[in-house]
Design a protein. Structure first.
Length: 319
């Protein structure tokens, strides 16, 4: 049995708490039983998270060996970025867990969360999205000195951070193309997101007039999208369809509104049951990178989707 070490930002439980957790959950769930997995988490995981996670994986060779409470303050994140641009730090162990005890390391932290590069052990970095591409789009949208400096910092940090890995994976071919052409990385691949068919909703009973947006609202583009729907889309639709409801779904939802038909649901364990309820998924994202799980899940549940081009980035879709 081969031993692998997973270094991840948090325990992937609840499964749908964010896109990164969903991806890590799927990898762990479908990894062959011939592998034994040890996990180091850098998240603020609760006892309930650990119990829930262990319950899901009780029949697999997966063990949480360390939970390290990360300092994700803006100052710390900025400091890690700076250090990753100017100083190469070889890392061979974390808190006593030596990498050379494993056949390979799966690494899922960004250059703003971790300073250093893993050397001496085969390493697969699951970057998921390119933060350089994200900040490039932020700068294209708003040409300020601050945004330009952030872009240069992320480009240098990502290049240094990822160049020492055996493989760096992105969910979108667009992100992979960007880091290959702009950052000159030769170890990038793309592995697109997917949908678990077994969890798709079997119900066809949709509310006739309802729209929905789903996401984690610690991510600013999701907040901007909901505010755009409330200000620009919902009022116009409400004039035409008086019974229209707007469902806001996802973690950290905290929006102010006075309309009782704008329904803030928050986090739900089974988001697929909500997909079966709404009649249209509205996704007005204006900044971002990678491939959006909410779009794939909407398509898989056969929901009509109204979205910006950024929201369907990396997918072969037709308008």
């Amino acid at each position: 049995m081969k031993n692998l070490l997973f270094i991840i930002p948090s325990i992937p439980y609840p499964i749908h708490k964010d896109g990164v957790s969903l991806i890590n959950y799927r990898i762990l769930y479908y990894i062959p039983d011939s592998f034994s997995i040890d996990i180091i988490s850098f998240g603020n995981d609760t006892e309930d998270d650990i119990i829930g996670f262990n319950g899901i994986f009780k029949n697999k060779n997966i063990k949480i060996v360390k939970i390290l409470k990360s300092n994700s303050s803006l100052f710390k994140r900025f400091g890690n970025l700076i250090l990753n641009t100017v100083v190469k730090r070889d890392v061979k162990q974390i808190d006593g867990v030596r990498f050379d005890n494993y056949a390979a390391v799966y690494f899922n932290l960004s250059p703003s969360l971790f300073w250093g590069v893993i050397t001496g052990t085969p390493t697969f970095i699951n970057a998921i999205d390119s933060l350089s591409l994200y900040n490039s789009r932020v700068y294209d949208n708003n040409h300020t000195i601050k945004n330009w400096l952030k872009l240069q910092l992320y480009k240098k940090a990502e290049k240094n951070f990822y160049s020492y890995a055996n493989i760096v994976s992105f969910v979108s071919e667009i992100d992979k193309k960007y880091v290959t052409e702009v950052l000159k990385l030769d170890n990038a691949i793309s592995i697109p997101n997917g949908v678990e068919r077994s969890r798709l909703s079997k119900s066809n009973e949709r509310e006739r007039y309802s729209i929905m947006f789903a996401g984690n609202y610690s991510y600013n583009p999701n907040v901007d999208a909901v505010n755009y729907i409330i200000k620009e889309i919902y009022p116009n639709l409400k004039k035409e369809y008086s019974s229209l409801k707007f469902y806001i779904v996802g973690k950290n939802a905290d929006f102010s509104y006075s309309d009782s038909d704008i329904i803030q649901i928050g986090y739900v364990e089974d988001i697929y049951s909500l997909y079966s309820r709404c009649s249209v998924l509205v996704i007005p994202l204006f900044i971002g990178s990678g491939m959006k799980n909410k779009v794939l899940e909407g398509f898989a549940n056969r929901i009509p989707i109204v979205a910006t081009s950024i929201a369907v980035d990396g997918m072969q879709v037709e308008s």
